[in-house]
Design a protein around this ligand. Structure first.
Ligand code: CAA
Length: 264
């Protein structure tokens, strides 16, 4: 069954859920899916709308670009019609405001789901950070990634810096951010920024195949394994080995309890 949740529409988002798969689409193609605070708040609402059986979340953009970053009109005196201009950096509420924007990106790491960014065309600034917020990235050959913020006198502050460093390492992350250069899909593949790079016409098919592969694994094992992997880098080997034992015990106990309930 496919459920369309249209109340996100005013934020420029579309969410469709079909069984275990949810697809989030940025829907401002006339602006190359440029993002606004409303869109970030809309993204943050999505986990609260997802049925518990959803295991894979695909994030994509309508039209030729994944996302051209922040709507640059936010920086003009006119602003974006209907958008609050937000607090100034000197305001004590500024930190909480940006944390609210970041919430739109952070849920994509939740262990209960695997998130996949399906990227065609540009992923610039906030758009690149959205792709980085996902667990996996599938790029069409025409994809172009760019961390534009430093060139605009900003830091990337939508949770992108950590996954970028985790994936490409510190020297390359410094080089990419401080030159604000564009990385094409082939280079992105070599740098580990994409799990798959495919011809432009094969993006959807590839994402569907990857989704099907992900859904073939046991749901509880998949969730517990993602939770383990996600925290591996912050633990010592001893701590991680202990976490593996604890996770295995919890998984097997839960399964046993389930089997007993079914047998009665
Ligand atoms: N904000 C607002 N409008 C945008 C936009 C953006 N970020 N990106 C594209 N658009 C609009 C264009 O103004 C244009 O509108 P009109 O048709 O009304 O003229 C329309 O989308 C199509 O864009 P182009 O004609 O420029 O399309 P293109 O294919 O030639 O180029 C592009 C595409 C390379 C994405 C180019 O539009 C571009 O460079 N956009 C700006 C990218 C950018 O600098 N984004 C900010 C990143 S930093 C960031 O995101 C900071 C943060 O998080 C706080």
């Amino acid at each position: 069954m496919s459920v369309e949740l249209t109340d996100l529409g005013t934020a420029g988002l579309e969410l469709s859920v079909s069984g275990a798969v949810a697809t989030v689409t940025l829907m401002r193609r006339e602006r190359r899916n440029a993002m606004t605070p409303s869109m970030w708040h809309g993204l943050a609402q999505i986990p609260g709308k997802l049925p518990g059986e959803v295991r894979v979340v695909v994030v994509t953009g309508d039209g030729p670009s994944f996302c051209a970053g922040i709507d640059l009109r936010m920086f003009t005196p006119e602003g974006v019609p209907g958008e609050d201009r937000g607090l100034s950096a000197a305001d004590p509420g500024f930190d909480a405001q940006v944390a609210g924007y970041q919430a739109g990106f952070r849920w994509l790491r939740d262990p209960s789901i695997v998130s996949i960014a399906a990227v065609r065309g540009h992923a610039i600034g906030a758009g690149f950070q959205l792709a980085l917020a996902c667990d996996l990235r599938v790029l069409a050959e025409d994809a172009e990634l760019c961390m534009k913020e430093p060139a605009l006198g900003l830091v990337p502050d939508l949770t992108g810096t950590k996954p970028l460093v985790d994936i490409v390492g510190l020297p390359r992350a410094i080089e990419l951010c401080l030159t604000a250069r564009t990385v094409d899909a082939q280079e992105a593949g070599r740098l580990g920024l994409a799990e798959r790079v495919v011809p432009n016409g094969e993006l959807e098919k590839t994402v569907k195949e990857l989704t099907a592969q992900l859904l073939r694994t046991d749901v509880d094992a998949a969730r517990a394994t993602k939770a383990l992997l996600t925290r591996a880098h912050e633990r010592t080997l001893d701590e991680q080995a202990a976490a593996e034992r604890a996770a295995q015990a919890k998984l097997l106990q839960a399964r046993q309890a389930n089997q007993q309930v079914q047998a009665t």
